[in-house]
Design a binder for this molecule. Structure first.
Ligand SMILES: Nc1ncnc2c1ncn2[C@@H]1O[C@H](COP(=O)(O)OP(=O)(O)OP(=O)(O)O)[C@@H](O)[C@H]1O
Ligand SMILES: [Mg+2]
Length: 255
């Protein structure tokens, strides 16, 4: 265990289905395997992360919404594959509407984290696919933002808005927010269009942050999430595991 301050990493991209949730769960797992204490926060009313971690959202009595709206302590489910989880369900979408008129709304997640932050080395926030308030409060609470970006011709749709949102948060509510980098996802090396897109991601985005090696397209990710497991638990010998571990190692280097 190291003595660095807790890194709070928001996995953010308003584009849908780019592997935010998959990366949150797997990165969290590899950080846990590297001896870190890890909390995952599901800030998406779709509750994919909560499902990927094996919980049934509709059956939950307490969710992250309790902390954000009612300012109760952050509910935490302990030790799921070695990680803690603050879960979500559909109530969070109502909560987002209530937040609109809430006092000091920008700080709601940051303040909810304060009492527990020192108990963790890494807190990973799975943002919803939108530029709305839930993503905004995640960026306000974060020390870093990590952007999964699909290696697809549509990769750049919305990138300007994404970067503008990060800049807006930095200028107003969270000066210290840093871009940890971009993770190209669902990459098919046999597809020449994917190869071209990967090149374009590097040239167009490298001035904003580090471009990590691409995560290949692999159906095992889908199978593992259906089994409610991180990939390394579902298939410990899968070829992608060393790549996920090296991404976790890179997160250790964030200052
Ligand atoms: N590298 C990959 N190869 C193949 N499928 C993948 C990969 N990564 C994720 N997937 C699958 O793609 C789908 C979308 O992934 P995921 O839910 O992580 O994306 P997301 O960005 O969180 O989506 P949303 O925007 O809806 O929150 C899931 O079915 C997931 O299992
Ligand atoms: Mg998701």
């Amino acid at each position: 265990m190291n003595s660095q301050p807790t890194r709070v990493i928001a996995l953010f991209n308003q584009a849908g289905g780019v592997a935010k949730t998959t990366l949150t769960q797997n990165l969290g797992y590899h950080l846990h395997k590297r001896q870190h204490r890890v909390l995952l926060i599901d800030l998406d009313p779709q509750a994919s992360l909560t499902k990927f971690m094996g919980l049934v959202p509709a059956q939950l009595e307490k969710t992250v919404a309790d902390a954000i709206i009612e300012e109760k302590p952050l509910p935490i489910e302990e030790n799921i594959h070695g990680m803690d989880l603050s879960p979500s369900n559909r109530i969070l979408s109502t909560a987002e509407m209530q937040l609109v008129s809430a006092e000091m709304r920008d700080l709601r997640l940051k303040e909810a984290l304060e009492p527990i932050i020192d108990a963790y080395n890494f807190i990973l926030i799975d943002c919803p696919p939108s530029l709305g308030l839930l993503s905004y409060i995640s960026l306000v609470a974060a020390t870093h933002v990590l952007v999964p970006i699909e290696t697809h011709v549509k990769a750049f749709e919305g990138t300007n808005e994404l970067l503008q949102t990060v800049t807006r948060v930095k200028n107003r509510a969270n000066r210290k927010l840093q871009i940890a980098g971009f993770v190209p996802t669902r990459y098919d090396k046999r597809n020449s269009a994917d190869l071209r897109t990967l090149g374009a991601i590097s040239t167009q985005l490298e001035s904003f942050g580090k471009i990590f090696p691409p995560i290949p397209r692999a159906t095992a990710f889908v199978d593992a999430s259906e089994e409610r497991k991180p990939l390394a638990v579902y298939d410990p010998n899968h070829a992608v595991i060393p790549l996920l571990d090296s991404l976790a190692a890179a997160m250790e280097q964030l200052s």
